[in-house]
Design a protein around this ligand. Structure first.
Ligand SMILES: Nc1nc2c(c(=O)[nH]1)N[C@H]1C(S)=C(S)[C@@H](COP(=O)(O)OP(=O)(O)OC[C@H]3O[C@@H](n4cnc5c(=O)[nH]c(N)nc54)[C@H](O)[C@@H]3O)O[C@H]1N2
Ligand SMILES: Nc1nc2c(c(=O)[nH]1)N[C@H]1C(S)=C(S)[C@@H](COP(=O)(O)OP(=O)(O)OC[C@H]3O[C@@H](n4cnc5c(=O)[nH]c(N)nc54)[C@H](O)[C@@H]3O)O[C@H]1N2
Ligand SMILES: [Mo]
Length: 687
């Protein structure tokens, strides 16, 4: 992607890059509009007292205020009382520096990031089963070559349009394309078989498929014996998932279950890809493990054009998860609770290993501790007021917090609550590397001068570290940071040692692990051995269990949440792009017409959705593409239309991902005026 200027406006020009073959989704084509957006933040803002207004301030004043507040909190409550919340949109350099800033400048244990809300379950499952977590263990082009694709709870036709060409090519070659999703999405419409499961029943579906595959002799005994461990327990577990029991749990007719098992079992090569559907659940890790079990048992792993992959989401969703933004993690996928890893990173950072904090609170836990054990929070590249679960409670927490600092490009819903807001540069205005969902490291060149008064995140971190007396450990020069980060990653699972800026440019991106400058990089993982200590993939026996909150008489419908094509995430960016916003300007709920009829709801009506945590009023959109028992609300809006007012913070015990994809709600037409259940910013529209 390159940037061109025409008549003083910036726009994006695609070039032939191997991943998207010059294709770019609509969000990419229009992103340049944001560079000139009239309401971009251009000066730091300070709120002098709680309840007061934000006012413009100079950089020195804002930075002094931040450092003195941080020092006050550190002195009074200890280092762990300062929290840091990062984002998967940050470049590798920034993500690395944010992790180091927390551990070395603040010395807090409490840093986590929005990736915990994203693919954390897939990451944890991949690590357990394969020993390495890389979104895709193969280049994207391989998708076109596989015989069968099984897409579980991912809707790339709307969320990753540039890569749909590979799925289309796969299908055009006569390949099978199975989709499991409670909605008949744009992606499901392209499928040769759609399994429209009940939300939250993925592990039952996977176990049922494996049950059928075993019964019909479709499993690969040789592969299981040579390249895996622990199959026997899984075999015993899935014996309980006979097809009519699975039909009762998932709603998928036994004939379709058998058909899917046959397609996958008879294919020579197959890929299974998960999206946020099965992952953002309180049993997200188990869900993913159950699908991995299926692929291992069928022998569709550890060979070309086959395997399990996770469709990683954000700009740097892969790189952002490798280098220390996570509460338990050090650069290069190292672990904070591993003494050898601590010593390696402490040496690079020139500190003593015991100066490093212990693992801290995960994202949702950290937000839950605001105002209790956390008294100051720095948010860099996330709009948590819109994107975190149980939004009403979060807003209360943020209001009870001593001091909130937000670094953003725009006045997001979260920035609106801050005590100090810092304006930052965005993608085209700075250099930096990103690692895409294939594990391919790419270099984003600086194409344009940033506006005056705007700083990069690296400059901010360095300037605050200076004021905390720790500046000697930090650089704000992107290339210097990258060189340090390369060394820090060396020897870790995600090894970037051999990936220089020059090689990235010359080779059009490079795949990690790449342990030396003479190493070619690793486009395909696991062909000879898996990343575990014994080189074998590991089965995990997994049972289905009901979601944390199931529909009942009072809240009779499943609510699931997700995305639409023309809005991005919390909407801070896309709601500002006229063309994109026009296509989906208002929040809405998808309802099956037969469900709507019983409630006297017509297309376009204002309806009230209520869960145990809050209520919102949005427009009804009737569609036969959704199950009768399920409602779908995209999460791109705040305030009156915030899906996350309804969701709950039930967490997966391993990945700590919140259950964004399943909760129970009531639905009614908003005929009479409705009143707010509580005194909160996000629910006040209902007054
Ligand atoms: N247009 C657009 N594109 C985006 C983004 C965006 O905000 N807008 N965000 C980016 C990011 S960060 C991410 S993480 C990706 C996410 O990309 P996806 O994973 O494709 O997105 P979602 O819409 O969250 O969820 C996918 C599907 O899961 C289904 N689902 C819901 N509940 C269940 C369930 O219980 N089981 C199963 N199997 N499926 C279920 C939903 O119906 C939905 O169609 O998209 C990236 N791309
Ligand atoms: N109900 C529900 N909730 C969800 C999800 C769901 O499916 N359902 N999905 C979850 C997922 S997968 C994700 S990834 C999260 C995403 O949700 P968020 O973490 O809120 O992500 P964004 O909306 O992308 O917010 C990024 C913010 O950072 C700013 N920004 C962009 N680049 C930079 C930068 O370089 N530096 C700084 N300082 N700021 C920058 C943007 O302007 C924006 O305000 O939402 C999660 N929430
Ligand atoms: Mo995400």
């Amino acid at each position: 992607m390159t940037l061109v200027e025409e008549h003083g406006r910036w726009s994006v020009a695609a070039r032939d890059f191997p991943t998207n073959r010059g294709g770019l989704c609509r969000k990419g084509w229009t992103a340049a509009e944001l560079l000139d957006a009239p309401d971009r933040l251009r000066s730091p803002l300070i709120r002098d007292r709680k309840g007061g207004k934000l006012r413009p301030a100079s950089w020195p004043e804002a930075l002094d205020r931040i450092a003195s507040k941080m020092q006050e909190v550190l002195a009074r409550f200890g280092a762990d009382a300062v929290g840091v919340f990062g984002g998967g949109g940050l470049t590798n350099e920034k993500a690395y520096m944010l992790g180091k800033f927390a551990r070395v400048a603040l010395r807090t244990a409490n840093i986590d990031y929005n990736g915990r809300f994203c693919m954390a379950s897939a990451a944890a499952a991949g690590l357990r089963a394969f020993g390495i977590d890389r979104g895709m263990p193969f280049p994207m082009q391989d998708i076109a070559e596989t015989d069968a694709v099984f897409m579980v709870g991912s809707n790339p036709a709307e969320t990753l349009p540039p890569i749909m060409q590979y799925f289309e090519a796969q299908r055009d070659r006569g390949g099978q394309f199975i989709v499991a999703d409670p909605r008949r999405t744009a992606t499901a419409k392209l499928a040769t078989l759609h399994l429209q499961l009940t939300p939250g029943t993925d592990a039952a579906l996977a176990n049922g498929l494996l049950h059928v595959a075993i019964q019909r002799g479709l499993i690969d005994d040789e592969f299981i014996a040579l390249r895996t461990t622990d199959f026997e327990r899984v075999k015993r577990t899935v014996a309980k998932y006979w097809p009519d029991r699975v039909e009762r749990i998932t709603g998928i007719p036994t004939a379709l279950l058998a058909k899917a098992a046959e397609i996958l079992g008879e294919a020579d090569t197959a890929m299974l890809l998960t999206g946020r559907g099965p992952e953002q659940q309180s049993q997200g890790v188990n869900n993913v493990l159950s699908f991995i079990n299926l692929m291992l048992a069928l022998g569709h792993s550890g060979k070309a054009f086959s395997g399990y992959a996770c469709m990683t989401g954000q700009g740097n969703g892969q790189g952002g998860r490798e280098h220390g933004q996570k509460a338990d993690q050090l650069p290069g996928y190292r672990k904070l609770d591993n003494p050898a890893h601590r010593a390696e990173i402490a040496a690079i950072w020139k500190i003593a290993p015991d100066e490093l904090p212990k693992p801290g609170l995960s994202a949702a836990e950290l937000l839950d501790a605001l105002g209790e054990s956390i008294h100051c929070l720095l948010v860099v590249a996330s709009n948590i007021v819109v994107s975190a679960p149980d939004a009403t409670r979060l807003v209360e927490r943020l209001k009870s917090l001593g001091f909130l600092i937000v670094a953003d490009i725009f006045m997001s819903e979260t920035a609106e609550l801050a005590d100090v807001v810092l304006p930052v540069t965005q993608w085209a205005e700075e250099e930096g590397t990103m690692t895409n969902l294939e594990g391919r490291v790419i270099l984003r060149q600086r194409a344009k001068e940033p506006p005056k008064g705007v700083w990069s995140d690296l400059q901010i971190l360095k300037a605050v570290a200076d004021r905390l007396g720790r500046g000697q450990y930090f650089s704000d020069n992107n290339r210097e940071v990258y060189e340090e980060f390369r060394r820090a990653s060396a020897g870790g699972a995600a090894d970037y040692e051999g990936i220089t800026y020059e090689r990235i440019v010359a080779e059009d991106g490079m795949f990690w692990p790449c342990p030396s400058v003479g190493h070619p990089g690793t486009p395909r993982l696991f062909l000879d051995r898996f990343g575990t200590d014994d080189g074998r993939a590991k089965f995990h026996s997994v049972d289905h269990r009901p979601s944390a909150e199931m529909p009942d008489q009072k809240f009779p419908y499943f609510l699931t949440t997700g995305r639409v094509l023309t809005q991005y995430q919390s909407g801070t960016q896309t709601r500002r792009i006229a063309d994109l916003n026009a296509a989906a300007p208002d929040p809405f709920v998808e309802i099956h017409p037969d469900t709507a009829r019983g409630l006297l709801i017509a297309e376009g009506d204002l309806v009230v959705l209520e869960s145990r945590r809050g209520r919102i009023a949005i427009k009804a959109r009737l569609t036969r593409d959704i199950r009768l028992d399920t409602l779908f609300v995209p999460f791109h809006w705040g305030a009156a239309g915030s899906a996350n007012v309804l969701t709950l913070a039930a967490l997966d015990p391993v990945s700590k991902i919140p259950e964004f994809k399943v909760c129970a709600v009531r639905l009614e037409r908003a005929s009479t005026p409705v009143s707010a259940t509580g005194e909160t910013a996000v629910a006040s529209y209902l007054n």
